[in-house]
Design a binder for this molecule. Sequence first.
Ligand SMILES: NC(=O)c1ccc[n+]([C@@H]2O[C@H](COP(=O)([O-])OP(=O)(O)OC[C@H]3O[C@@H](n4cnc5c(N)ncnc54)[C@H](OP(=O)(O)O)[C@@H]3O)[C@@H](O)[C@H]2O)c1
Length: 265
Amino acid sequence: MEKGVGIIGFGRMGRAIAVGLMNRGASPYSIIVCDKEPAALQQAKILGVRIAPSMTETVLNSDLVILAVKPGDIIKVVDEISTIAENKVVISIAALIPHRTIKNRLPRSHVYRAMPNIAVEVNSGFIALTPRGEMDFEVEKFFQYLGDVVWVDEETLDMLTLISASAPALLAEIADALILAALKSGIPYAIAKKAISSLFKGTGEMLNNKSVCDIRDSVITPRGVTIRLIEKFYTHDAKSKLLEVLSHTIEEYLSMLNEARDKYK
Ligand SMILES: NC(=O)c1ccc[n+]([C@@H]2O[C@H](COP(=O)([O-])OP(=O)(O)OC[C@H]3O[C@@H](n4cnc5c(N)ncnc54)[C@H](OP(=O)(O)O)[C@@H]3O)[C@@H](O)[C@H]2O)c1
């Protein structure tokens, strides 16, 4: 692509994407951003990316534009760029807003939805893309700089919003519980945090080619400490509670999704 990457909305995700791209060698000059929040612009200044005075300038100087504003702001943004986004690749990372809602307003743009998670900042994100179109190669290549990419149908992308995009917050809470337990057992904080970080990374890597049961069973020894830990995980209902939390959230999320599908036609 000849021009840069435009990012409209330079909040948490907009910034994470820019950092991930720069980690992979993108020049800050190739990233053009706009935001209306002074704190976000300050972040952009610190990173050294180009700050455009308006959405129009951002789009005009980009071949690929990421819409990284909150779901409630998407329509306004799309309507504002509709006359200048012709032939551009426009990728919305917003939760809830259907692809057709954006495509109807940008009929002559290559419109995609992406659902990344915040780990794009360290190039270990998981990014779901939909739907397939003429610019698949460019879009996939772009997100491969930021992590693992999968093409899915829109229904799956919407569910991955909860399972993959929100989950870093849940995993951070679980990490916190493990760190607190480590502290209680006398392990110094810095070592506990490093151990848990490494634990998440290592177990995640193993999950790529081993089943959950294989991992669990390769740690358990007869009468050992792990079998006691896992037994308590079940007898204290921790696993079923966790599943209950997830199931309730899925139900709430499904009704949010249905509301959004009705509202954003
Ligand atoms: N955070 C995540 O982990 C995550 C993961 C996957 C997907 N997403 C999606 O990514 C999108 C952004 O999320 P976020 O967490 O980065 O939100 P955020 O931190 O609130 O960032 C959005 C930024 O866009 C700005 N903005 C709003 N309207 C604008 C406009 N017309 N022109 C320029 N800038 C504008 C906001 O300013 P104001 O605050 O002043 O409105 C804010 O600074 C959301 O749609 C979300 O669903 C987020």
